[in-house]
Design a protein around this ligand. Structure first.
Ligand code: F3S
Length: 108
């Protein structure tokens, strides 16, 4: 088990989570971040840090997000330093159905 990143991260990518993760478990795609379940130690410090409320414990998240975090973590590069969010991040905060509209399997 681990924490997972969910739909709310898409096009927001605030990276507050990266700043606080003690084990560098985050991986970066073009549209969102995921957590590598093989690295996450379930400490949970990232969950309250996300301004978009995008992080959930995996047993509380839909299977889609558990599977996607595991699959994309194997393909995307690690991110260990926070970065400025995209300039339009706040426009996408809280938007519904972002996965269908904006998700990309492309790496960052
Ligand atoms: Fe995404 Fe939230 Fe981290 S928007 S990059 S999970 S702080």
């Amino acid at each position: 088990m681990s924490y997972v990143v969910t739909e709310a991260c898409i096009r927001c990518k605030y990276t507050d989570c990266v700043a606080i993760c003690p084990v560098d478990a985050f991986r970066e795609g073009r549209s969102m971040l995921v957590i590598d379940p093989a690295v996450c130690i379930d400490c949970g410090v990232c969950e309250p840090e996300c301004p978009a409320a995008a992080i959930a414990f995996d047993m509380d998240a839909a299977p889609l997000w558990r599977d996607l975090n595991q699959r994309m973590a194997a393909q995307w590069p690690a991110i260990s330093e926070p970065r400025p969010a995209p300039p339009d991040a706040d426009l996408f905060r809280g938007e519904a159905d972002k996965f269908d509209r904006y998700f990309s399997e492309a790496a960052a």
